[in-house]
Design a protein around this ligand. Structure first.
Ligand code: DON
Length: 307
């Protein structure tokens, strides 16, 4: 298959849609981003990459970081973790408070904000401090991306904290139900720090390969998690990775995927490759509008959906 040509065709087809989405302005440091940008990369099992657009441009990975933190939490806590965070779709927006109240402070899944904050809390407990947890998270990302030069954008993290009322509320609600070990502000700050990490589509498609290969990086042969754990993470990506648009993403794209409000999306083609796409304009559910379309075109043109 001529992947380079397929990506170039997709780029041409989505170009007219670039101004249809709306950038995430609830995080002031992200509000000024030019929405007319696009990048897409795929990485195959032998490490070969194909890219189009601004695939070297760094962007805020935001909720894509939740895949990395969930990976670490599953690795260290295994199934006992399901007492703190579930694995069912929420059907609600990513930052919703209502379900958490009537479900006694146990988030539906690790990808809505409440679940990801809880995962971050579990990692702080495991590693002993928020500083150590953050250092392990970023070192894990550098390892799976096979790239040392990955950092957070401090301005984004500060901006998230300044407007972090909802996330602080979610953490406080969990604390009130005794489902948070550490201090609310410490946990939320660490959560914002990992959301503010910057990567590009080349790095992200490389980093996700372990999930396409049962937890084992096919390029370096490093085993990061067990095959059953990789199966679970992919399942939660498929059913919960796009919040209240997860059904829509499965229906149109047909791959496990995870989005972030920075406009990035990652998707897994089991046994073959990992994909990352970026375009900052978002749809109503906070997922990249053009990114979703580009992935739909990819699976339609290649036949590489899991269904
Ligand atoms: O907590 C937030 O709202 C952001 N740091 C992350 C949200 C996000 O990326 C939702 N994804 N599409």
């Amino acid at each position: 298959m001529d992947y380079q040509k397929i990506l170039e065709d997709i780029e041409q087809e989505v170009k007219p849609m670039l101004l249809e989405g709306k950038v995430a302005d609830y995080i002031p440091a992200l509000a000024g981003i030019d929405p007319e940008q696009f990048a897409m990369s795929i990485t195959l099992f032998d490490g070969t990459q194909y890219s189009v657009g601004k695939s070297e441009k760094l962007f805020s990975i935001q909720s894509i970081s939740k895949v990395f933190t969930y990976t670490l939490a599953l690795k260290f806590y295994s199934e006992e973790f399901y007492g703190r965070v579930g694995h069912e779709p929420s059907g609600d927006p990513f930052n919703s408070l209502v379900q958490l109240e009537y479900e006694n402070g146990v988030p539906r899944n690790p990808f809505i904000n409440a679940g990801a904050i809880n995962v971050t809390d579990a990692l702080i407990t495991h590693y002993g401090s928020s500083k150590s947890a953050y250092n392990h998270i970023i070192e894990f990302i550098r390892s799976i991306a096979d790239e040392e030069e990955i950092y957070l954008d401090k301005a984004v993290s500060i901006s998230e904290m300044e407007k972090g009322y909802r996330n602080i509320s979610l953490a406080s609600l969990m604390k009130s139900f005794d489902n948070l070990d550490n201090s609310v502000l410490d946990v939320v700050q660490t959560y914002f720090n990992h959301c503010s990490i910057e990567m590009n589509t080349q790095m992200l498609s490389r980093a996700m390969l372990y999930l396409a290969n049962h937890g084992l990086d096919p390029v370096t042969n490093k085993a990061y998690i067990s095959p059953p754990q990789a199966k679970r993470i992919n399942a939660v990506m498929l059913t919960c990775g796009h919040y209240d648009a997860s059904g829509d993403f499965a229906y149109n794209v047909g791959l496990p995927g995870k989005s972030g409000v920075g406009g990035g999306i990652v998707a897994i083609v089991p046994g073959k490759m990992a994909i990352s796409v970026w375009s900052p304009g978002l749809n109503a559910q906070g997922n990249s509008l053009v990114g979703t379309k580009a992935l739909e075109l990819f699976t339609t043109k290649t036949g590489l959906s899991i269904f």
